[in-house]
Write a protein that binds this ligand. Structure first.
Ligand SMILES: [Zn+2]
Ligand SMILES: [Zn+2]
Length: 126
């Protein structure tokens, strides 16, 4: 799985294999070696796939909690939702993922989260 992150030194976008997170690699642009940042270091760093690695899921739960993002929803079967749909260019990153129950997630499908909320008269929890 490809992992797109910003070099901590030159801030240019770099790509490596997800398996290299935490490993020392040399940036081809600034020619310096640094550890590859992970999802807790860079919330906007993203994987190239629709599905996410377990470490990214843990980080989303740590920041946003493990309950469905819909206010008042008590459904405990939780998955992650792409706030901006992956099919519409939304990235698989901590910043673009949020916890959502499977039934709300299948209703949302690939709609934009905020439009879908409005159309269904739902609110996101704070
Ligand atoms: Zn660099
Ligand atoms: Zn829900």
């Amino acid at each position: 799985m490809d992992w797109y992150f910003k070099c901590p030194l030159c801030a240019k976008e770099r790509r490596t294999d997800w398996g290299n997170v935490g490993e020392l690699i040399r940036c081809g642009l600034c020619k310096k070696s640094r550890k590859v940042p992970g999802p807790s270091d860079q919330p906007d760093a993203y994987v190239g796939d629709h599905s996410w690695p377990i470490d990214m899921e843990r980080e989303v739960f740590r920041i946003k909690g493990k309950d469905c993002i819909i206010d008042g929803c008590r459904d405990k079967e939780i998955t992650l939702d792409h706030i901006k749909a992956h099919s519409k260019g939304g990235r698989t990153s901590v910043g673009n993922l949020q916890p959502m129950c499977k039934s709300h997630n299948s209703s949302k499908n690939d709609s934009d989260f905020y439009i879908w909320l409005r159309e269904n008269r739902l609110k996101a929890r704070q």
